[in-house]
Design a protein. Structure first.
Lengths: 757, 161
């Protein structure tokens, strides 16, 4: 680990304790979404559209209602019709009408798998049989399944009633939900003065987050019109908000209890089954649990947007970037929001670019409504930019790291949307890459016979969101601390949050017991997403711990009857500054403290943490005959700000790299022209298995964020950004081929090799 | 409904060393039998079609995806699940190694990996990295990139020698 932070003597931060929730998770005790069982519980199932685009003419539920063991049937007639009000400000933005229509179709189905009806029955088998008896009369329409089709003249329109914002103008009857532009300087002048201009367009296929746990939703709607929801989510408060809107209930009538979450990567921010379970419960007054199959998950949730990105970069004769242009067209899916603002923020984020222009289009297509996927939209744009940069280096004979260093974004560099960077660590990452054993190693030291090797490098960025978090602390009579928080724990954040409180209190990590609690038991906390959790909820824990110390000192002052100015606290001991006799451990002060138990709470609403950057190096070995590509060496370098629990930081870097490798080489929604996904199983949607990957080496760089007391930056998202271009660049290094569409699968490699000959 | 009135079948089986008699619908998977009939939910459903390995259990010494086995098929057999790995005296070395090596993030695939890895180490006390990756190829993990899982299995193997 390389660290530029002052050599502070942390006691807890930077150590690797066993995570607090680990024992439950290795023994099978941990309760995930599907594991909940409530007395009298019914099982819910839904009917999904077989068509990607159709009008619903009528729905006949009578046969299903008559079945033994069926307790309730619902359609969108049982949901309020919502107006087009925009909600939310983070990764959960969108309109209320669309939120509701995505839960259950009202007039039109917009993707294959769109829910049209729901059933509650005594068991799963009965529910599935009942769903089959629901008859829907559709008027089938032609679907559009990619940005070219959707943006074509005379394209079938998904939302006739929707006005898109095209550079400030409201436009109806278009599948372009938004067209935004960002400009800095004069690119025409920049390109005119350029010595070399390189332009490439990449084509990314739709992918899925691929979390192993399918979505679930369990609910009870009681006689007081209070709805209790149990679900596996990245944000219990965002589920509360969304469910209350879809059902037109005050938020306080909805209580969400988060179950353990079996992966999300952004895909477990939206709601799907929760309001359906709630309405079925209202009709039956019994708990209802609904669960998705794996095919449902592929057909109707997720995906990370596919689309086309064109990037043009001009450089002067010294190798300095003068101008850059990007045309970004991303698939929103059935409802708006393909994260085009994030795309604009990320596309040239690694470089100091004096003039740039970015056109970004949010494009509606007949696919499931896209959800955030780990650094949403950043991998898509990085593929284009990092390919162009690699091509520039190839043409000019520049070292790819030296070129990036020469044009590196650093503190003070202006970003595409205007603000200048505060302290960031991209330069340190590039220097670490240059000095790494991997970069210095001989690529062809041990190639397999008949195979070609190639090495690629690429950079990537994610901006890390801030927003709201709340933490409560309570000092127990044994001197240990109970911590409650609202951030659902997707990969070790209980530990990284508790460790920050433990550091402040100067006690071991295991003496702070974190619990993720329901929405009635903690202050508002935004989603576990945007790489914000360890940063923002950790900051709330830091503040709460400082408040707890103030409380401890006040109680000691009361007990000793001296001024609190004469009392100090460190490492679990509260003592008088002047009288060495006056001294108490946490256990002693916690035993019947004067004026009541010792508790504290804190909340934050933070700005961005300062960006996180990653640089990845990939070595590939490619079989020219079959096109099969093996990743033989891989190194992920990242500025992590400050690694609270280094093992889980490494885990984020490795996991992000693995997802990116899958995206680069295998993964895609393979759809027919009717908009039906043909590979909606794990067998055919091929995510990397253990045998596909090498060990992924990690180099953590610590350039502390200015926004956090320990310098924490989000670490979850940057590592999925560089793999796609790093692998594309490595394929070019091995074979002299620029593959500009994902996945760069064997058939594309062999076809490109044939064309080259 | 007539098609639902299939008679349940009495099954005598041993789950994690405990012999039991259960009544199972003949069309219900072992996975559903464990989770819904017996009520132990450590075995997870990720795909219900034999491609993710989250529901891996040990059936008479052989690892199987419990979603691809019927509940009625375990008559007279021994089934071991993740719940059977730890003893009152402590965790299995694999469970301990998974914790120490941070070999889980969300944890949904962990029970399947632990059951698979245990079957490997029961027969091969010191497998190579290649062998571990091969053996675990039927278990999907989307969080870790497998690096720390492979290291944890390797660590547990040396420990158990």
């Amino acid at each position: 680990m390389v660290s530029t932070s002052e050599n502070k003597n942390y006691k807890v931060i930077g150590t690797r304790p066993i995570r607090h929730d680990g024992y439950d998770k290795v023994t099978g005790r941990a309760q995930y979404g599907a594991d909940i069982k409530l007395p009298g519980m019914l099982i819910g199932a839904v009917l999904r559209s077989p068509y990607a685009h159709a009008k619903i003419k009528s729905i006949d539920t009578s046969e299903a209602e008559k079945m033994d063991g069926v307790f309730a049937v619902m359609t969108s007639k049982d949901l309020p019709r919502l107006g087009d009000v925009v909600r939310g400000n983070s990764e959960e933005s969108g309109s209320e009408k669309h939120l509701s229509e995505n839960v259950m179709a009202f007039d039109k189905v917009l993707y294959k798998g769109h829910v049209v009806a729901g059933v509650a029955a005594k068991d799963q088998n009965t529910a599935f049989e009942a769903v089959k008896k629901i008859k829907v009369d559709y008027e089938v329409l032609k679907p559009v399944i990619n940005v070219d089709q959707a943006m074509a003249k005379d394209a079938p329109i998904l939302h006739e009633d929707y006005s898109g914002d095209h550079l400030g103008k409201k436009v109806k009857n278009s599948n372009i939900a938004a067209h935004a532009r960002h400009e800095i300087g004069d690119i025409d002048d920049g390109f005119k003065k350029s010595d070399l201009v390189v332009e490439k367009e990449v084509d990314m296929q739709t992918v899925h987050q691929g979390y192993i746990e399918p979505h679930t939703g369990t609910a009870v709607w009681d006689e007081e019109d209070r709805v209790k929801v149990w679900t596996s989510t990245q944000g219990s408060f965002s589920v509360r908000d969304s469910v209350s809107k879809v059902l037109e209930l005050d938020v306080s009538r909805v209580k969400v209890t988060p179950m353990e979450i079996g992966g999300g990567f952004g895909g477990k921010i939206p709601i799907y089954l929760e309001p359906i379970a709630a309405v079925l419960s209202k009709k039956t007054r019994r708990p209802v649990k609904a669960m998705m199959s794996r095919t449902d998950v592929f057909d109707a949730t997720g995906p990370g947007p596919g689309g086309k990105v064109k990037v043009k970069i001009g450089i002067d004769s010294e190798g300095k970037i003068l101008a850059a242009y990007a045309d970004i067209r991303l698939e929103a899916g059935a409802y708006p929001e393909a994260f085009i603002e994030a795309a604009a923020k990320c596309v040239f984020s690694c470089y100091d670019v004096p003039s740039m222009k970015i056109d970004a289009y949010d494009v509606l297509v007949n696919k499931p409504s896209s959800a955030p996927y780990r650094a949403p939209a950043s991998p898509q744009v990085a593929f284009a930019t990092e390919t162009v940069v690699d091509e520039i280096c190839e043409i000019k004979g520049y070292d790819p790291i030296d070129f990036r260093l020469k044009n590196v974004a650093e503190k003070g560099t202006r970003t595409a949307l205007g603000p200048k960077y505060r302290t960031i660590g991209l330069k340190e990452c590039l220097e670490a890459a240059k000095n790494s054993d991997h970069w210095k190693s001989n690529l062809d030291s041990n190639p397999s016979p008949g195979k070609k090797r190639g090495r690629g490098i690429a950079s990537g960025y994610w901006f890390n969101i801030g927003f709201k978090s709340s933490v409560n602390l309570s000092l127990n009579p044994d001197g240990k601390v109970a911590l409650t928080e609202g951030s659902t724990d997707i990969g070790g954040s209980r530990a990284s949050i508790a460790m920050q409180a433990a550091e402040v209190l100067g006690i071991p990590a295991e003496d702070v017991r974190p619990s993720v609690v329901d929405t009635d038991s903690i202050g508002i906390t935004d989603v576990t997403g945007g790489s914000r959790t360890t940063y923002a909820t950790g900051y709330a824990a830091y503040n709460a711990a400082h408040k707890l110390i103030e409380e401890i000192i006040e109680k000691a002052a009361l007990k000793w009857d001296i001024s609190k100015d004469h009392i100090e606290y460190s490492d679990g001991i509260v003592k008088s500054k002047t009288d060495s006799e006056l001294k108490m451990t946490l256990k002693e002060i916690a035993d019947d403290p004067p004026g009541g138990p010792i508790v504290s709470s804190a909340s934050v609403d933070l700005e961005e943490a300062g960006g996180g950057f990653a640089v990845h190096i990939a070595d590939l070995e490619i079989d020219e005959e079959t096109g099969k590509t093996d990743v033989v060496n891989y190194t992920a370098i990242q500025d992590v700000g400050k690694a609270i629990h280094p093992s889980y930081v490494e885990g984020q870097m490795q996991g992000g790299a693995a997802q990116g490798i899958g995206w680069a080489l295998n993964e895609e929604y393979f759809m027919n022209e009717d908009g039906v996904m043909l590979n909606s199983s794990y067998l055919d949607y091929r995510m990397p298995i253990a045998l596909d990957l090498p060990m992924i080496d990690t180099i953590m760089i610590e350039v502390p964020s200015e926004e956090h007391p320990y310098g924490v930056r989000g670490v979850g998202e940057p590592p999925i950004v560089p793999p796609v271009p790093a692998i594309g660049n490595a394929i070019n290094d091995a074979l002299g081929l620029r593959l500009l569409s994902t996945p760069m699968k064997p058939s594309k490699i062999t076809e490109a090799l044939k064309r080259k000959k | 409904m007539a098609e639902n009135k299939v008679k349940k079948v009495a099954v005598n089986t041993t789950i994690n060393g405990e012999e039991m008699d259960i009544l199972v619908d003949p069309y219900v998977s072992l996975l559903e039998t464990l989770r819904e009939v017996i009520g132990i939910t450590g075995t997870k459903e990720g795909c219900n079609d034999g491609n993710c390995g989250a529901c891996t259990v040990n059936l008479d010494g052989r690892i199987v995806d419990s979603c691809l086995v019927l509940g009625v098929e375990v008559e007279g057999k021994n089934v071991e699940t993740v719940e059977g790995m730890a003893t009152p005296d402590g965790l299995h070395p694999l469970q301990q190694a998974f914790l120490e090596e941070a070999a889980l993030q969300c944890g949904i695939c962990t029970p399947g990996f632990l059951v698979s890895a245990k079957a490997l180490l029961d027969n091969e006390p010191d497998p190579s990295e290649e062998r571990i990756r091969h053996w675990l190829a039927g278990n999907l993990c989307r969080c870790t990139g497998y690096d720390k899982i492979v290291k944890a299995v390797s660590k547990a193997s040396k420990k158990s020698k």
